[in-house]
Design a protein around this ligand. Structure first.
Ligand code: NAP
Ligand code: HSE
Length: 428
């Protein structure tokens, strides 16, 4: 058997401790599968005195993750600190500069600095792996780069933030408002330290940016993503969408179109009978379309100690086995700069509005839609309260430009009570 692969692990929180546990519990299995032992030389975290539920006395300790990353007895550096700047980035750069391979679960770091880090890693002839950065325990990076290597990928789509999916499904099942479920999720520790990363769609957009690069051979472009979080999704919309046969999901979509690379992370309606529509709680789902394979659906836990550490260990084992390859599936210097799509592909839209109860109100809305070239597919009106009536409309496919023109014109009709809600309906 070859010499052991010696790890330095920075970050002993949820994921770091999960990695330690797997290495301790499955040492023999990992060695058999990798052809060499996987051992930990040294670890790093902020607080050396914290009881982490796993004995650390057999590992050397470094207060400074950069010192850990450059130790002579470390072959591969495992970064599990988090954040796109600061110690995580410094330590990863130092590890690559010192000739170490790197494994990380840090989607923020990759989404913002992925291209520069890939160039550094490949320039130094090092391996840089990140299976855990997207959709936790789901092996989506390997699926794209290895399992689907024979395909031209046409679309990547998915629910990639468990906290948002938990909030949206809990709102529906308990009939609670966004604010009530947000407070509940925060209290249960389901949200990031900065909850805006979750509910603002940023965390999921980081993941989408990484997948888009892998799928389309383009440089990671987080800034090119059209981004909207879930904080404006109301329980009224969840109920109304359900009544029309849909669920609301924070959905990421990346696809190459004739208009450029479209990357969107936004609340969308999907059919309630589709796999995405049936996704409950904190689970993630990634749907990949390839020209040869057709469509595959990957579903599984997107976060948590075991699932995330499981993905980290897949990368560690690959390094132990001698896997070599470019960071984003193609050499970093061959990745292209994609033109962001000038406009989104046409889609049907869901509209919810409250119409004043007076003659001709509905006719005015229908006229405005017709004038903008937006065709109505289905419509439903509910009972009036004293002054207004809720109306739901599902349009035929239309462009966002036409829809926005119709929404602007509606404001001038003086038959609306409050602003209409418009959500895209995604074909899944
Ligand atoms: P976490 O529980 O907050 O742990 C972070 C660890 O980093 C802690 O042990 C902390 O030390 C250590 N740390 C922070 N600053 C440090 C510094 N300057 N020097 C050394 N150590 C430092 O985070 P996590 O949930 O394990 O997440 C780690 C990474 O995995 C992040 O990039 C995250 O986005 C990613 N990820 C997490 C999940 C998940 O389910 N948690 C899923 C997918 C990806 P102390 O413990 O001493 O404070
Ligand atoms: N906050 C993230 C989520 C953690 O809810 O999916 C995993 O990236």
């Amino acid at each position: 058997m070859s010499a052991p692969l010696r790890l330095g692990i920075a970050g002993l929180g949820t994921v770091g401790i999960g990695v330690l546990r797997i290495i301790r519990q499955h040492a023999a299995l990992l060695a058999a599968r990798s052809g060499r032992e996987i051992v930990i030389s040294a670890v790093s975290a902020r607080d050396r005195t914290k009881d982490r539920g796993v004995p650390l006395d057999r590992y050397a300790w470094e207060d400074d993750p950069v010192a850990l990353a450059t130790r002579d007895d470390v072959d591969a550096f495992v970064e599990l600190i988090g954040g796109d700047e600061g110690p995580a980035k410094q330590a990863v750069e130092a590890a690559l500069a010192a000739g170490k391979d790197v494994v990380t679960a840090n989607k923020a770091l990759l989404a913002i600095h992925g291209q520069a880090l890939a160039e550094q890693a490949e320039g130094a002839g090092r391996v840089f792996r990140y299976e855990a950065a997207v959709a936790g325990g789901i092996p989506v990076i390997k699926s794209l780069t290895e399992g689907l290597a024979g395909n031209e990928i046409t679309r990547v789509m998915g629910v990639m933030n468990g906290s948002c999916n938990y909030i949206l499904t809990r709102m529906e099942s308990a009939g609670l408002s966004y604010e009530e479920v947000f407070a509940e999720a925060d209290g249960l520790g389901y949200l990031e330290a900065d909850p805006q990363l979750d509910v603002g769609g940023i965390d999921a957009a980081h993941k989408l940016a990484i997948l888009a690069s892998l799928a389309f051979g383009t440089k990671v472009n987080f800034d090119g993503i059209t981004l909207e979080g879930i904080d404006r999704v109301s329980i009224d919309d969840i109920h109304a969408a359900a009544d029309m046969g849909y669920k609301i999901k924070l959905l990421g979509v990346a696809q190459k179109t004739g208009r450029g690379l479209e990357q969107r992370m936004q609340p969308c309606l999907v059919p309630d009978t589709s796999p995405l529509g049936q996704l409950e709680g904190g689970t993630n789902m990634v749907v990949l379309d390839g020209d040869a394979v057709g469509q595959i659906v990957l579903r599984g836990p997107g976060a948590g100690e075991g699932p995330t550490a499981s993905a980290v260990m897949a990368d560690v084992c690959d390094i132990a086995k001698g896997w070599r390859g470019p960071v984003f599936g193609l050499p970093a210097n061959s990745l292209t700069t994609a033109n962001p799509a000038r406009a989104e592909m046409p889609a049907p839209y869901y509209l919810r509005m409250s119409l004043e109860d007076k003659p001709g109100a509905l006719a005015k809305i229908a006229t405005v839609l017709g004038d903008a070239g937006v065709s109505i597919d289905r419509m439903r009106q509910y009972g009036h309260d004293d002054t207004s009536a809720p109306v739901l409309i599902v349009t035929h496919k239309t462009t966002p430009d036409a829809l926005n023109a119709a929404l602007a014109a509606m404001e001038t009709t003086s038959v609306l009570s409050g602003a209409p809600v418009a959500l895209r309906i995604e074909a899944v």
